[in-house]
Design a protein around this ligand. Structure first.
Ligand code: 4AD
Ligand code: MG
Length: 478
């Protein structure tokens, strides 16, 4: 790789007067003279000025949107407005041309729906460049946050034999011939003959294994892909998504809330500090989009304002029981405007209720705790009332649930009783029970849906637009 300059670096400290080489993809080529060149290192394209009298005419015909080129020349102060510098090109090399008639990314505004169909090319748009630079920054910040706090990154398995979480339908992993699977005597599929000698699936969560790590390493976190075969075709659900799951020994529900709030604020702060240009662009994009909506449906805050607001405010913390009281007294509940009207304590909260609490009532992020045991997982710690468990969900404006977590049941007898009640076989989870037999201790953790975080920070309305290649019901292209 011969040496060349990143366009971001040229804008940061413009080396006016020096000779440089840049490489990237042509966004536009105007008047047979001006190339907008983008190499993905920053939002802004570099204007490359071609001397069309001196340049090879064949090269000129190849300079169409999408072409990959290098340009060598002198950095000069720009005459035009909109940029401080430009490159006066003396030599241009075309690595790969593009067909101006067929290239799907024409220099005009494309809808996000259309861009989803050409997800292999959408990285080359300003919007997706910004989204994926921010996605990267968030991933990096996750590791930095935990590393700085003495957490170890633990890689939990993706193929699993346990469906203990009950978090959703799973995807089967099998090498058996689907047309003629080996059968057991009673006619079922004989998974003993399958690759792993038992039935296996893609994991819905790394939590149970992370707990094992935490009870030796004190503080661990996972950050990996998780899979759920639910048929939820919403703007907040993916069949394959990435989840961050910290797990902390000697921690209770209060510690868990503190950690989650600190982490969310750190991530927001990191992007505000490091991705200002991309955020400003996405904010502009949203302002334009919002201006198309009726007045009463517009959001009260712009993107950056909203992020700064979440940084500055303490999250509202309240119990499920208190939240039910708020909801039952709310206008939409009394006027039966909710699709699911809350009748009693014990009702599962739907996203309309979560959003009411966050967006209408408290108008800030909310942490709900201590849910009825019936609507939460078996591993959550039983409270003294015998009715609720030490669960916590964090609800964000525009997103709804962004984090789900709990203090874990560390008492063997309480846990096994709960598993029996819920019909969860103990043999399969002997290892999960073993850490309650040998040196059990209070511990807690949570799961952050990474794409929902990227959605919140970028303001992208659809979760399919914050992961490079979304997997959703009926779609696994690319
Ligand atoms: O609330 P969930 O199901 O919790 C767990 O899986 C626990 N094991 C976490 C833990 O305590 N370690 O999922 C956690 C988060 C949700 O709050 C949501 O942000 C995200 O994962 N999530 C999804 N994101 C995208 N698509 C889906 N289908 C999601 N399901 C959950
Ligand atoms: Mg949840």
């Amino acid at each position: 790789m011969s040496s060349y300059q990143k366009i971001a670096d040229l804008f940061k400290t413009p080396p006016v007067g020096s000779q440089v080489t840049v490489k990237g993809w042509v966004r536009t080529f105007r008047n047979n003279q001006f190339i907008a060149l983008n190499d993905g290192t920053c939002l802004q394209s570099l204007q490359v000025v071609v001397d069309s009298d001196k340049e090879d005419p064949i090269v000129l015909t190849q300079l169409s949107p999408g072409a990959a080129i290098s340009a060598e020349g002198t950095v000069v102060e720009s005459q035009g407005k909109g940029q401080a510098i430009e490159l006066k090109a003396e030599h241009i090399h075309v690595y790969g041309g593009s067909d101006p008639e067929k290239y799907p990314l024409q220099p005009k505004k494309h809808s996000l729906e259309f861009l989803r169909e050409i997800a292999h090319l959408r990285f080359r748009t300003s919007t997706f460049g910004a989204v994926f630079r921010i996605r990267h920054a968030l991933a990096f910040a996750v590791h930095k946050f935990f590393n700085d706090r003495d957490f170890y990154y633990l890689h939990t398995p993706i193929v699993t034999a346990s469906d203990a979480e009950g978090a959703g339908e799973m995807f089967r992993v099998s090498t058996l011939n689907p047309l003629q699977p080996p059968l057991t005597e009673d006619g079922g599929i004989d998974y003993k003959q399958d690759f792993f000698g038992r039935e296996t699936n893609l994991s819905v969560s790394g939590q149970l294994e992370a707990e094992l790590g935490a009870l030796a390493l004190s503080r661990v976190y996972t950050f990996g892909p998780t899979f759920r075969a639910e048929n939820s075709n919403t703007s907040r659900h993916l069949a394959e998504f990435w989840m961050i799951e910290p797990e902390v020994a000697f921690a209770d529900l209060k510690d868990n809330q503190d950690l989650a709030e600190a982490m969310l604020k750190y991530l927001i702060g990191y992007v505000l500090e490091h991705n200002a240009e991309d955020l400003a662009f996405l904010e502009e994009r949203l302002i334009k989009e919002e201006s198309q909506k009726p007045q009463d449906q517009r959001s009260a805050m712009n993107l950056i304002e909203k992020l700064e607001f979440c940084l500055a405010e303490d999250f509202e913390r309240l119990s499920y029981t208190d939240a039910i009281r708020v909801l039952m007294n709310s206008k939409p509940n009394k006027k039966k405007k909710f699709q699911f009207v809350i009748e009693d304590w014990g009702a599962d909260l739907q996203s309309e209720h979560e959003r009411y609490l966050v967006e209408k009532h408290f108008k800030k992020p909310v942490i709900l705790t201590d849910y009825p045991k019936e609507i939460k997982s078996f591993y959550m710690r039983m409270n003294d009332d015998g009715k609720t468990v030490g669960a916590m969900d964090i609800l964000f404006p525009g997103i709804g649930e962004i984090i789900g977590g709990s203090q874990r049941e560390e008492r063997l007898d309480v846990l096994t009783a709960r598993m029996d009640e819920m019909g969860i076989p103990q043999e399969e989870l002997y290892w999960f029970l073993d850490i309650r037999k040998y040196g059990s201790c209070p511990h807690a953790g949570f799961g952050l849906g990474f794409e929902r975080m990227v959605q919140f920070v970028t303001g992208m309305a659809n979760i399919r637009d914050v992961i490079p290649f979304p997997r959703t019901p009926g779609n696994a292209s690319f």
